[in-house]
Design a protein around this ligand. Sequence first.
Ligand code: ZN
Length: 258
Amino acid sequence: EAILAVHMKKIPLAPDVDPRTIARGTPGFSGADLANLVNEAALLAARKDHPEVAMADIEEAIERVASGLERRSRLMSPEERRRVAYHEVGHAIVGEALPGGSRVVKISIVPRGMAALGYTMKLPTEDRYLMTEGELHAQLASLLGGRVAERMVFGEVSTGAGNDLQQATELAQAMVVDYGMSGAIGPVAFGHERRTLLAGSEARAMREHGDRVADVVDAEVKRIVEEAEEAARGVLMARRERLEAIAATLLEKEFLDG
Ligand code: ZN
């Protein structure tokens, strides 16, 4: 029944498309992987001017997607795979262990896309209306769990945690300047003002006030991120054996569901 959208154009599935055959050809694919696959098949059909997405398009898409994934995974050395496994399990354990943390849907060390060597898929939080302060701290800690696990196991972090740090910093910044969750800044929201300031046009007029506040904001953001890292470390130190066991299983199976 699925209808696929390509550049806003909807292409129906041909009657010969058999879900069982697709299932057999896509072991380990998540819902998102399947959505990708279907999209790829729709693109192939569109390119050939087919009015429908046929089973042949889907089979070609499975081959493309699967071989692309294999090629990328071969680029990772065994040591890198180990590091990615611990990193992802670090995220997962911290997210599950802290109240308000992210529930884990799936962990994978099969590389996807250019940036992600592995990933931990969490239950979406966008459909939540509200997040409490405690939940945000737990989210921060789970964002840092990957990095903390790497440091615990390998003695140092890697560039793989760069995106996590960026997300954590942005979240901590929002807590300080948008949500009034920093004691030092107080219940004042000036995220908008601060962003305008950073944008530069009226920067000079606001600088005197801005510089002082910016220093406090930076210090608060740093404190909040460091505390979250500490919380993540506490969780993982107390669960070191589980970290080892789950990482070993992940290395063997390449993906684990929640
Ligand atoms: Zn990460």
